[in-house]
Design a binder for this molecule. Structure first.
Ligand code: CA
Length: 465
């Protein structure tokens, strides 16, 4: 596996786009994430959507730059598709199909064009005004609507907590230390950040002594996850080796795997999640490339004491050195009442992605070890990112299990009755109520590197119909 930094990551690099130099921006010139947008104020609709890059508080229109011959050198004779077609498309799918190398060249070229002192675009005032669109005037669409979606269960902390609730004597099943557990989700119900999420209907069994009932979910939850889009892909029958896996990754995003816990509890055995999960999954509009993440690669957190090492096809020296990503994912909530009273969103948790038991490279190697074909644009999500501390827990199922996550010591012992989270308005939450907005935020920061962010992944719960 190849994790290298280059001139695009230099923390001293500045942009002539002033907002990109603000210390708190998610989108400095060292990031350059890809997304798909259109401009409704210009009379455009989703059919006009095209590929852009986030820089500060602006969206850079890449198709326009290609029209103006500012992306020369990105295309090579070996490329199978036309760069202009890839960038004019209303999804990132074609770019993802072109493999990781072309995106790497594109990112390098954009870094040069946007760097302070470069005049190629900065010096053309009229074009510059057309090519840079303020984010509040761009509508972002789903980065890639068409392919498959697989959700994993890679946090040993999440798996242990959830397992303890459902099976107190036997929280971790015997396969967990050996297999990156996952299930096939539904790409058809992926939605972009900002889309409303309707409370699902389903079958639950609140009383074990009575037959199940059908009605609105009463235990609606979120799950904070990191998702990865596949670049290129593998032919059916072939495998992707662990140390090659990174070359099959386009980039990462935030994922909210909305979960109906009461439906899940009744339906999950013996085949795993089904209707409790596939009513909606929200993704962030910006995809942070694997290249932008290079400065934040790290060793994955050590396995718990006594846990066996992975089998050889899921293990390698370079993977042990840099298979992890040092990324923080935060969950915030704003209820309808909070919004009405002007009370800002409250942070519920902050988890570290490096604490996951399985890395994305291991997920890719395992997903394809039987010859299963991954295709460009497929989304692989990590599973709920939870860590060792209570405030690291990435879903309400875990957070309200034993009380206020930020209180120390806990207000109640694990395994006792659920303890609601109290909000500044005096409202309490055990699970989500209609009107609640869940906001995921992600970022990578370390000494010697420029902090980069993932933007946000938002969704408001609407009533069942
Ligand atoms: Ca999940």
């Amino acid at each position: 596996m190849r994790v290298q930094t280059n001139a695009t990551h230099d923390p001293g690099l500045h942009s002539w786009v002033e907002s990109a130099n603000a210390p708190d921006t998610d989108f400095p010139i060292q990031n350059l994430p890809f997304g798909v947008f259109f401009q409704p104020e210009e009379g455009e609709d989703e059919q006009d959507a095209r590929v852009g890059i986030a820089i500060g508080d602006q969206v850079l229109d890449l198709a326009l730059l290609e029209d103006e011959d500012l992306l020369e050198g990105v295309e090579t004779d070996d490329d199978e598709s036309d760069l202009e077609d890839d960038l004019r498309a209303p999804a990132l799918g074609l770019l993802m199909m072109s493999g990781r190398e072309r995106t790497r060249r594109l990112r390098k070229r954009i870094s040069k064009l946007l760097a302070a002192g470069n005049d190629e675009l900065a010096g053309r005032k009229k074009l510059r005004t057309r090519a840079l669109i303020p984010m509040d005037r761009a509508v972002m669409v789903l980065p890639d609507p068409s392919q498959d979606y697989t959700d994993f269960y890679a946090s040993v902390h999440h798996a242990t907590n959830v397992g303890s609730m459902f099976r107190p004597d036997n929280p971790l099943l015997p396969n967990y230390p050996w297999i990156p557990i996952g299930y096939h989700g539904r790409a058809s119900t992926l939605v972009v950040s900002g889309s409303e999420v309707r409370r699902p209907l389903g079958q639950t069994r609140p009383d074990d002594a009575a037959p199940p009932v059908f009605g609105p979910c009463r235990q609606l939850d979120y799950e904070a996850e990191v998702g990865f889009y596949i670049a290129g892909g593998n032919a059916m029958g072939s495998r992707i080796e662990l140390d090659d896996a990174e070359e099959f990754l386009f980039g990462a995003c935030l994922v909210n795997d909305w979960s109906a816990r009461d439906i899940q509890k009744w339906e999950y055995q013996p085949l795993g999640p089904f209707l409790a999960k596939n009513f909606a999954t929200s993704v962030s509009p910006w995809v942070v490339t694997m290249d932008a993440l290079a400065p934040f690669r790290c060793a994955p957190t050590a396995r718990p004491a006594g846990m066996p090492a992975p089998l050889p096809y899921l293990d390698s020296e370079s993977h042990r050195a840099s298979g992890g990503i040092d990324m923080t994912i935060e969950v915030w909530i704003a209820t309808a009442q909070m919004r009405e009273q002007g009370v800002p969103a409250v942070r519920l948790s902050a988890g570290r992605y490096r604490d996951m038991l399985w890395t994305i490279a291991q997920m890719v190697a395992h997903h394809t070890c039987n010859g299963c074909a991954l295709q460009a644009g497929d989304l692989l999500a990590s599973g709920t990112v939870s860590g060792p501390e209570r405030h690291n827990r990435g879903c309400l199922l875990e957070l309200t299990w034993d009380g206020d996550p930020w209180a120390n010591p806990p207000k109640s012992a694990p395994g006792s009755a659920r303890t609601p989270i109290e909000l500044p308005t005096g409202e309490k939450r055990v699970f989500l109520q209609d009107g609640d907005e869940v906001i995921l935020r992600g970022s990578c920061a370390r000494d010697g590197a420029r902090r980069i962010g993932f933007g946000e992944c938002r969704g408001i719960v609407t009533p069942a119909e």
